[in-house]
Design a protein around this ligand. Sequence first.
Ligand code: ADP
Length: 492
Amino acid sequence: MHILQIASEFSPVAKVGGLADVLYGLSKALVKKGHQVEILIPKYDCLLFSQLDDLHILDRNMIVKEGQECYQNTIWTAYFNGLKILFLEPHHPQHYFNRGQIYGCKDDIERFTYFSKAAVEYLISRKNQPEIVHVHDWPTALIPVLYKELYPRFQQKTILTIHNMEHQGKCTSFHLQQLGLGKTNDQLQPSPSSHPINLLKEGIEYADHVTTVSVSYEQEIQTAEGAFGLQETVIKNRHKITGILNGIDEDFWNPEKDPHLVRNYPARPKKDKELKQIIEGKQENKQQLQVHLNLHLSHVPLVACISRLVPQKSPELIQYALERTLAKGGQFVLLGSTCIPSIYETFQNLQTHYQNHKDVSILLDQDESLAHLLFAATDLFIIPSLFEPCGLTQLIALRYSTIPIARMTGGLKDTVFDIDTSSRPFEERNGFTFEFPDTQGVDWALDRALYCYRNDPQKWEILLRNATKKDLSWEQSALEYIKLYSLQLNRL
Ligand code: ADP
């Protein structure tokens, strides 16, 4: 099959969060299964160009109409780890993708609806048409609409994956008229006419199939709380919505050969000797991290949190977990980034407050290399999210034998099972969980985790063994996507 993925992120060259990792991991898994995959993203000025091979121009003269004006675009191509990536560069007076950032501009709607239109125009102008066009989240959710409304003679099947329902992309009918989507279409012009058009909603209505990134999230988006207002649309379309759990790329996240680690160690202990190597390997990385971050060299439990600091991730509970860990005599490292000024200020104040503290380190940055070392060097990893469509950090933590402490929601519920309370078979229990996103919940899970690390080495070893047993790869999920694509093409 020939599959084209269109998105706003791709790891590691244009990464904000898990969406980027999914684009890379899924595409690689599909190629491994023998499919032809291309990825199309905007040519941001902040791309990590040094990671790309053979960047060159494919087409200099792709014209896109916006309003009464026609704009020229350049299509570039390059490879990353053998994957073919296409980049769209608009020569537009607004310099849509020359902003030094991926999201967070006040004209994000115009930037990504223009990208969506240009992507479709490029595709229909090509000789080599993909059979499946797979789009992701609101920035590219307009693409199924454009195909069906403007280019119905093109029979590509469109799949929309919802990675996060919170962000929906609201615009007016004027935006869409600028791109040639007419006033007359009732579905695109809800009354009253000033009512914002919701790009994610239109994507759900128009896509041939919709996926979400975990089975629990598929259920949650059928509720008012989980759907952020789109529950009726989701319920109406549930016959064509499937939950498929994300995987992680096991080469990119691999303690056996990760170049960011001081000492590599086995990912899957087959024998007792290898479990010992995991414990020793983690210990050595921990010491290095403590030196690097100017923390006490100590064997106390070290808790990590790597997260975007946004309301979804419960920043106040992250702060609470940090303080609780310190009160219980542990160490805590937070690597977080945010574009929300009030949250940034809170954590900056916290950073100042703890600047000379030898058991805590707060880093307000986006740092891929440090993230790898943290996953390896820490003992516990906390994720107190309000909601979590899939969540990748708990999967990466498990891969590095770091035990997750997670709030039971979305994909966390599908992948982290409490060692004490889960009804799952004992060998699947791999972490500590809590039900409600509040301080009592954090106390309940964090206290047990810290206690176990310190006082129950046998149970801790069981946790380490169980953590590494879970299949975290894209293998199974890629097969589910392939089945879904094949069904769309009537090949099953
Ligand atoms: P989300 O997509 O909601 O941010 P996920 O858990 O799905 O959350 O994916 C987060 C990804 O982003 C993981 O690969 C994680 O390691 C990475 N990440 C988050 N914050 C940072 C940061 N400050 N520095 C480096 N990597 C980060």
